[in-house]
Design a protein around this ligand. Structure first.
Ligand code: URA
Length: 433
């Protein structure tokens, strides 16, 4: 087989065979096929697409390019959840304890943030001492003993994706539905959970700009799930404004703690309840959505979900005093209130811009090697649909240094006001089960 013929075939819009896809992934991982040829194929895939069968085969080849976790040592149904990434997305930190408090095992492998989106591992690590690198035995034991763990992905999982993603990043080939779907699903399937819930976000702060594209990606991942006989369900959610109020690592941990104490922001609590209820149904721990939501709400009211977070932090060597007293989490030197120069209803709140602004404060990475500052970030006091008086606080900015003019200008530009009342846009657009 010659790789150039595979490129030619895809360039002409033909479907690749299983053998051809195997030749591609196997050859690339073994470094027998050079980056420039793979780049050409990736670009052809971007233009010509892949059908369902090709995408499932691609995912399968990527999945078996490395180790696949065997979670059978953990008793019961193991649930996983994944978000395609957004601004202020601290869902796993509240959702995993809520679901675990209902008796369902959450064996979660998370990632780090890059660019304007944050990563759960960075957030969790703002708790002093919190360990995300557990051995397999420690991971299994913890999930068996207390019902949840949030850890980093081991290096041996899906090496094909590591190579391909790095190449896609520099060849403008990230944005292809079959490539994104096989990348996400190969990692989720390699993590070994029995059920997978995907939160596919759309909007300017997300990978998919429109709800239609998000739905296309969701259906592609569900079809991969069917090929592997996995229960995969999807929430399509709006990422045109940040999720919750806090953006920035320790600030988001604080918001996740407040949520578990029953004081979370409305939109964030709703996402946790919706996602959690689907996970309980997937694990057959509830018979209906209503029952599942009631169970989850109870864990917030009776403190059981909060206790689960404490147990997890303790088990992963984090400082539980910071959970009992969130003011002990890393604090920035300055907290600057930014007041509104205008009056009116918030019509738009640009998530992407706000994510980038938090990154410029030091909350995120521009390149993989950057070190994040856990203490800095933005806490919004106004969101879509809220009425704002001139001089009212729009946000508190937690920062190490004073804010320069450029930063402030970009901040003000991320709010768009309207004189007329505006309807709140729904957070959850669709659920695909
Ligand atoms: N997230 C992933 O893991 N892979 C992609 O290709 C895009 C987003």
């Amino acid at each position: 087989m010659r790789f150039v013929d595979i490129i030619e075939k895809k360039k002409e819009g033909q479907a690749l065979s299983k053998e051809e896809i195997h030749f591609f992934i196997d050859g690339y991982v073994k470094e027998e096929i050079p980056d420039y040829q793979v780049s050409a194929l990736l670009m052809a895939i971007c233009f010509q697409g892949m059908n369902e069968q090709e995408t499932a085969w691609l995912c399968e080849e990527m999945l078996y390019s490395g180790d696949v976790m065997d979670l059978s040592a953990i008793k019961g149904v193991k649930c996983d959840k994944h978000s395609t990434g957004g601004v202020g997305d601290k869902t796993s930190l509240s959702l995993a304890p809520m679901v675990a408090a209902c008796g369902v095992k959450v064996a979660k492998m998370s990632g780090r943030g890059l660019g304007h989106t944050g990563g759960t591992l960075d957030k969790a690590e703002s708790i002093s001492g919190f360990q995300v690198n557990l051995s397999e035995e420690e991971f299994f034991k913890q999930v068996n003993d207390i019902g949840l763990a949030i850890i980093g992905q081991t290096k041996s999982l899906v090496p094909a994706d590591k190579k391909l993603y790095a190449l896609r990043d520099v060849t403008a080939t990230v944005n292809s539905i079959p490539l994104i779907a096989s990348s996400i699903m190969s990692k989720k399937l390699a993590s070994g959970a029995d059920t997978i819930l995907l939160d596919v976000k759309f909007g300017e702060g997300a990978f998919m700009e429109t709800s239609e594209k998000a739905e296309e990606l969701a259906n592609c991942m569900i079809s991969i799930g069917k090929y592997f006989h996995k229960d995969v369900r999807v929430i399509i959610s709006n990422m045109n404004q940040p999720l919750g109020n806090a953006i920035g690592n320790a600030l988001e941990v604080k918001e996740a703690i407040a949520t578990l104490q029953g004081n979370g922001p409305k939109d964030f609590v709703e996402l946790c309840l919706e996602a959690g209820s689907i996970m309980l149904l997937q694990a057959k721990a509830a018979f209906s959505k209503e029952q599942a939501r009631a169970m989850l709400k109870e864990t917030l009211q009776n403190g059981k979900a909060y206790e689960k977070l404490v147990e997890m932090v303790k088990a992963q060597h984090g400082d539980v005093e910071q959970i009992y007293h969130p003011e002990l989490l890393p604090q920035a030197e300055h907290v600057i209130e930014i007041t509104s120069k205008e009056e009116g209803y918030v019509k738009e709140l640009h998530a992407l811009q706000l994510g980038l602004l938090a990154m410029r404060l030091g909350a995120g990475r521009m390149v993989k090697e950057d070190v994040v500052d856990p203490s800095v970030g933005i806490v919004l006091h106004k969101k879509d649909g809220d009425y704002v008086q001139k001089g009212e606080s729009l946000a508190s900015v937690h920062t190490k240094q004073n804010l320069d003019e450029d930063w402030l200008k970009d901040f003000y530009d991320s709010f768009v006001f309207s004189k007329n009342k505006v309807d709140e846009k729904p957070l959850i657009y669709k659920i695909i089960e």
